[in-house]
Write a new protein. Sequence first.
Length: 235
Amino acid sequence: MAPSRQLVDLPYARHLRAFDGPLAEGGDYDAVQLDGVDFDGADCRDARFLECAFSAVTFTGGRLRGTRFNDVWLDGVRWVGTDLAATDWLDAELIGCVLAGLETFGAKLHRVTFHRCKFESVNLRTATLREVTFTDCLLRDVDFGEATLTRVEFPGSALEGVRFAGARMEATDLRDATRLEIADGHDALRGSVITGAQLLELAPMFADVLGVRVEDTGSGSGTARRTSGGRGGRG
């Protein structure tokens, strides 16, 4: 996997100019560097960021719905309670970012890489993810319901309470995830790749989804015992 880039590594680094604000709805930002800026309740819906760099920026609340991020680099950015629904991300790199309580449903992410990012209660329902990599990230209570994941990878990442109900996967690689805790949508893993060890961990949930009743024989009592960790079989 490719290491994360530094600011000086960006091909457009020498063209960056300091951001002089403010953010505006429908704004057009080209080769802008935003450094250490705090945005509280900013409204820049349908804006466009092209070849921009964000360093130690904080977004609290605010509406960025429909905004386009093309060829952007974000380092240490915090997004808290921000509306990022229907945003469009292309060739983006996010490093050490925190994303909490976000509405990101319907977003499109293509060739996006997350390095050491923390996701907490992020709504990615109906989103489209293509060639997206989560490297050494924590994804807690992330909702991929009805999303489309194509060639998505999770190397070194922990998935905790992640939901995949109704999702569609193609060549999605979960083998290198350090934790794979799925709250719902186990049947949506069709089209993904997992390890044998992960299969054993997920077996009780797969059995439950399939309506398979698992019994240990030879106990002498004739009592059915469900597999440890399962939610109960259906008779």
